[in-house]
Design a protein around this ligand. Structure first.
Ligand SMILES: C[S@@+](CC[C@H](N)C(=O)[O-])C[C@H]1O[C@@H](n2cnc3c(N)ncnc32)[C@H](O)[C@@H]1O
Length: 227
């Protein structure tokens, strides 16, 4: 069965489109998208040979290899953009995702589906500064860990993010995990603020403001969800 975070990525893919799955590893997402006929073709890339061999095995066993192309490259560097509707970059650090996007001249033409393992605020800031917006975010929990999945498209306008939006995302109402995710973040912000206040650190105000803003937002979400 597909991991919840990959299933969330799949739910954002353009029906009938052509997907490039960057850092495909075992190609579980690619195989799922093709088996379910969510997309017509997949280009799957990886920077290492071993994962690409694993990807080939998965796609062969799933009976969908003829609709996939496997490329050994850094990010999207060997990928021809013709026909590609969506790029998925999942399971990598925020800085690696930014590196991959910075080296892709055709990123403005496609829908970006991104699932950072680390540095999500940095990635949100990069997207905003590089004129990507129209955001959707999904939060899923696997075990004790929360994962955020972003969907962004090129809008041509720099988005201005509040400190809270940059840190925690857009906290959409109706997402079943959002309240527990926001509570977990709030706890963390309060702990950081407390630790900083003990040392009279000037960063204290930043974290206290973030915690206060998140507490207010959490109340909004809780009220909206219970309506
Ligand atoms: C943790 S796995 C994630 C696999 C899958 N995308 C997922 O989310 O389950 C990360 C994969 O990305 C590949 N990778 C790391 N940096 C990359 C890059 N710059 N370009 C392409 N692939 C990369 C690694 O070799 C590895 O197979």
């Amino acid at each position: 069965m597909l991991a919840k975070r990959l299933a969330a990525c799949a739910s954002l893919v353009t029906q009938g489109g052509m997907v490039c799955d960057v850092g495909t590893d075992h190609a579980y997402l690619a195989a799922f998208l093709l088996q379910k006929n969510i997309c017509t073709r997949v280009i799957a890339t990886d920077i290492h040979k071993g994962p690409l061999e694993a990807a080939r095995r998965t796609l062969t066993e799933a009976g969908v290899l003829e609709r996939a192309e496997l490329l050994l490259c850094d990010g999207l560097q060997a990928v021809q953009p013709e026909g590609i509707t969506d790029v998925v970059i999942a399971g990598m650090g925020g800085e690696t995702i930014i590196h991959i996007l910075e080296n892709c001249p055709w990123k403005k033409q496609v829908k970006l589906i991104l699932q950072p393992m680390t540095r999500a605020p940095l990635l949100r800031q990069w997207l905003a500064e590089n004129n990507f917006g129209g955001w959707q975010e999904i939060v899923v929990k696997e075990g004790e860990r929360f994962y955020q999945i972003f969907l962004a498209v090129y809008t041509g306008t720099t988005a201005v993010l509040s400190d809270l939006e940059r840190e925690v995302g857009f906290l959409p109402v109706g997402n079943p995990e959002i309240q527990s995710y926001a509570k977990r973040k709030l706890e963390r912000f309060r702990i950081v603020a407390q630790q900083l206040s003990a040392g009279e650190n000037p960063e204290f105000q930043k974290w206290k403001k973030l915690a206060d803003a998140l507490e207010e937002k959490l109340e909004e979400i809780t009220n909206a969800d219970s309506e």
